[in-house]
Write a protein that binds this ligand. Sequence first.
Ligand code: G3P
Length: 225
Amino acid sequence: MKLIIDDANIENIRKIYDYYPVSGVTTNPSILAKAGGNPLEHLIKIRQVIGEDELHVQVLEDSAERIIKEAEFLNKKLGANTYVKIPVNPEGLKAIKILSKKGFKITATAIYSINQAYLAAQAGANYLAPYINRIDNLGYDGINIAKNIQKILIENKYETEILAASFKNSNQLIRLAEIGIGASTCSSDVIFKLIDDKNIDSAISAFKNDFSKLDSSKKTWLDYI
Ligand code: G3P
């Protein structure tokens, strides 16, 4: 399962890229609004930080015709490895059908149901983005819906993959890794919390302490050089 950053904060993206095994950045209009400034310039900055990795950017128009124009514009400005995020309603589905035939990379987004997921896969989307935590908040089981979507993809031999989104915690993320979905995108906070654990620090400190008992002047292997 690929891990993707659902954040437009440049500092967070730089830090996560430096330390964590991530494969790209997803954004939506709310995430861009949080970062502030000119959204296009901001996306160009993100592109500079992440190189040719996946960058997912959401469209805002309502009609399929205008969504297609947005997709063409975003691809021209942000490069070939830009995934156009299109919400799955009837106009979005029409746009997905047309754009996928033209070879655009598409993330079908705002997925709350298996119906949407099935239709977007059939229309040729590359990724399906079910909103795990938002589905939970509606009283359904987000993880279970992702599992059922995965079953549809496998049974029908679609090349489409899941890009799960909307996570509240790392447990939700790991439960999706267990079923081998294609990718998950989560906020910087959830990524940082994956290994933010005092037990790790205390184990490391005990190991260091034991090693220094051998020779108090030698703390690490570098002291033997
Ligand atoms: O891109 C969709 C995803 O970011 C939604 O996450 O946390 O707003 O439910 P959230």
